[in-house]
Design a protein. Structure first.
Length: 186
């Protein structure tokens, strides 16, 4: 048995909600549209619980935005189902681009170092510069390209016209010399 609904009555119910915040009119709209909107959302691909949530959200939007309804532009059904469709589109977009995690370390501001830490970093940097200056030119050049320019060893070899094994062995020798110069082991 199919229930026939007068579109003019539905339009009048939305207008009553808009003008007088008529709870009985909203209840009638809710009783009529909530299950239909949920079914519509499920046909659009939403799961049962998501469709339920979006239907609730759509009906809440009807309550809040009833003043925007214009029966001259669209029927109440068209207006309500458009709200539901837009909510479903927004939900799909949120699924594809989730909200950033506020506790993600890359999003947190950098903690300022204390004066002592800044001095320690400056001393360590000076020691590193002096250790790099003490390396033979061919080794310091490879360290700069590998670690400062972040070039892969194969690209360094191609750029300098050296065999890959030579690049790797010079970097290994340079690292051993840097450890000795910095006092970080044999």
């Amino acid at each position: 048995m199919t229930e026939t609904v007068d579109p003019a009555r539905l339009n009048a119910l939305v207008v009553a909600v808009a003008q007088a915040r008529d709870k009985a009119a909203f209840q009638a709209l809710f009783d009529h549209f909530a299950p239909r909107v949920k079914g519509y959302l499920m046909r659009l691909g939403a799961g049962n619980s998501v469709a339920e949530d979006l239907a609730q959200e759509a009906m809440l939007a009807v309550w809040r935005k009833a003043g925007l309804f214009d029966p001259g532009k669209a029927s109440a059904s068209t207006w309500i189902f458009t709200i539901a469709r837009n909510l479903r589109i927004d939900a799909i977009r949120r699924e594809r681009r989730p909200e950033p995690d506020p506790s993600d370390p890359s999003l947190l501001p950098e903690v300022e170092r204390s004066a002592d830490e800044t001095m320690d970093w400056a001393k360590a940097e000076d020691r590193m510069r002096a250790a790099l200056a003490g390396l033979p030119r061919e080794q310091s050049q490879l360290i700069e390209l590998s670690f400062l320019a972040e070039m892969p060893h194969s690209l360094i070899a191609a750029e300098l016209g050296l065999p890959l094994g030579t690049v790797k062995s010079r970097i290994r020798l340079a690292m051993a010399r840097l450890r000795l110069a910095l006092g970080d082991g044999p």
